[in-house]
Design a protein around this ligand. Structure first.
Ligand SMILES: [Zn+2]
Ligand SMILES: [Zn+2]
Length: 366
């Protein structure tokens, strides 16, 4: 690298979208000026000893890390790795930095690029904080509803209906084991809840749908809606519904479901809060159920059993049985195929699906 040459990478453009390095002299760097564009993949190459690591790790990363650590309180700083100030006149526009360094860690059968570079450790923290959960049932985003967000959403949806909404704010009350629905209805009435929309049977038992309030939106006051939603969420243990009351009672109106849990109210699927372990295949909560995070399962590759589907059974389509020690199996195959009417002189790929299944999986007595 030549002395003090304004060395601008081709992709760099003006403004704040670049790290600007002035007079870098760390280790063997010779007073280097350099702009590194942000948001791009930038590769630093050169013969060994040319100062790649001095620039990337000892200057850029060191300064990014040092300034990031500076943003913490003196108390928190003592727990963080602190880097020495690099030998450089000044660096502008540097964000917090992460370095994946060039070690050769122990490799196991569970190693991936992510674990060996420790990138997976950073990503699982990022995903746990920044990921948006989508329901595996319907694909809709799953978020926690609050009384405020429910009230806003009800108003928004009511505003989209041509005649506004005539609806009931409803919460569910489970009838405890050993009690009757009539008894609970009586208790509810004593507390002023006289309107029960209906009684349902669920796997957990009988449930009463209790009306908190009936509203016309957007005509009725916002405060009344907010109050009803808040009470319904509290009494419904975090869940409530809005039932559209159709003018024609024979036709049930739409039901809008809300939940204060991490829960898809439409599919009734609960989700746990995202944790870093959920994004790690080495953690029991994050590992794939089928392979336990191993990435491989033991199975039979039918492509190895019948490598050439143009061959017929008589020609030896079933490869493992073509050796002397398995010739008995091949003889049995011919014998039983004759009995079952499986064609012996038809190429394997022309056999029907049922015939191939018979060849590959056999039959119970065989
Ligand atoms: Zn869903
Ligand atoms: Zn798997």
């Amino acid at each position: 690298m030549t002395e003090h040459s304004p060395n601008t990478l081709p992709d760099s453009s003006a403004g704040d979208d670049a790290i600007r390095i002035h007079g870098a002299r760390q280790n063997n760097l010779k007073n280097l000026d350099l702009d590194i564009p942000l948001g791009k993949i930038v590769v630093v190459t050169g013969v060994s000893g040319s100062g790649k690591s001095s620039l990337v790790f000892d200057t850029v990363y060191a300064e990014g890390q040092r300034r990031y650590v500076e943003t913490f309180s003196p108390y928190a700083r003592q727990f963080l790795d602190r880097m020495d100030r690099p030998q450089v006149d000044r660096i502008e526009g540097i964000p917090p930095a992460i370095a994946i360094d060039q070690t050769n860690p122990v490799r196991t059968s569970r190693s991936t690029v992510g674990t060996m570079t420790e990138l997976a450790d950073h990503l699982k923290l990022l995903f746990a904080r920044a990921a948006q959960l989508h329901c595996r049932g319907c694909g809709a985003p799953v978020r926690r509803d609050s009384a405020q967000s429910v009230a806003l959403d009800v108003q928004r949806r009511a505003g989209l209906l041509p005649g506004g909404l005539r609806g009931a704010i409803v919460f569910a009350v489970a009838v405890p084991q050993g009690m009757t629905a009539a008894h609970i209805t009586e208790q509810l009435a004593a507390q002023g809840y006289t309107r029960i929309l209906g009684e349902r049977q669920t796997p957990q038992g009988t449930v009463l749908d209790v009306v908190q309030d009936r509203l016309r939106l957007p005509a009725d006051e916002t405060a009344r809606l907010s109050e009803a939603v808040e009470a319904a969420l509290r009494l419904g243990q975090g869940r409530m519904e809005v039932h559209e009351l159709a003018a024609d009672a024979a036709e049930p109106g739409a039901v809008w479901r809300y939940s204060a849990d991490l829960h898809c109210a439409d599919c009734d699927i609960h989700y746990r809060d995202p944790s870093p372990g959920l994004f790690s295949f080495n953690s029991p909560v994050g590992a794939c159920d089928t392979c336990r995070g191993f990435g491989r399962v033991i199975g039979i590759d039918f492509g190895l059993i019948v490598p050439d589907e143009a061959k017929t059974l008589r020609e030896g389509a079933v490869r493992p049985w073509q050796t002397a020690s398995f010739s008995e199996c091949q003889d049995d195959l011919i014998k039983y195929a004759n009995k079952r009417g499986i064609p012996l002189d038809t190429p394997f790929r022309k056999l029907s699906a049922a015939q191939r299944k018979w060849v590959l999986e056999g039959e119970p007595e065989w």
